[in-house]
Design a protein around this ligand. Sequence first.
Ligand code: ZN
Length: 330
Amino acid sequence: MWVCKDCFADEEICKEVENNSTDEGVCDVCGKIGKRCDISVFTDFFVSVIHLFKSDINSQDTVISILEQDWHIFTDVQYARTILAEVIRVSGLDIKLDDKVSYIDDIAARASVWEQLKTDVKENYRFFVDHDKFDEYAELFSSSTLKENTLLFRARITPEGQKVLTAKNMGCPEKGKATAGRANPLGIPYLYLCKDEETTFYEVRSVYLDRLSIGKFRIQRDLKIVDFNSKFSLFVSYDGTNSLSDTVVKKKILEAIRHDLSKPLRRYDTELEYIPTQLICEYCKRNTADGICFNSSLHSGGVNYVLFNPDDAKCISVVSREIKLIQITV
Ligand SMILES: [Zn+2]
């Protein structure tokens, strides 16, 4: 069966199709004309992928729905169906594409390390919680560099009677006075910044007619930032020997932490809710990171940064903005 790169959404698979193209013609899967390669190039990979799942009558998902949701390998569900059916046929696997499945137990068990740690630090131990089991996933916390002179933003609601806050007032509270947040513990200030100005409007929870002071901050040196938005590709991690389940576990843990980091604070949340994410931030800090970044859950496409040392960014200017329109959708 011929496949072409247009069948796949995973960039690395697309490259592999190009590298293995021996022919030009009609793709048997999507019908496009162009470079194509034989599906046998990917058979072993997809057999390993299918082995990540077990039959589960209590699940609502199929192999295809999970691959679509978690890994976005194919450009179309129908292409996924055609390709996987061929892999199952030539490999003689005992599975049907409409079978209800979930990830194998080993994955679910290992991916629960974050949930266990959360319970532990909230309910059992506070300062000597056992985070050693996280060391196994230390590479999860891979970092990227936030370059010196990068500009980031921070908003504060301008108090009644003031035109705009000064640059000096745009930073975080001093040590000992900081309230607890998703990332920082009580009394230990971290600087919360956003990649663009618009995201700050959402992050500060502004309401109609609020006046905001928007500070522009310049990064003072190259910073090591743990990126909770890292993307994983099953295909990249597959080399024929390594277990793909490791990659699934890592993705699941990172996603769960990211979800908790970006979860909006609700009125009835207690500070206890922040403890696990504070722990993870401190774990990153102990492992020599200068900060973290993660997607904003309040503004699609926005990215939040948390710097552990507030002096690593300097406020260089402040402008005033007024919220003129709020759109609410339900
Ligand atoms: Zn195709």
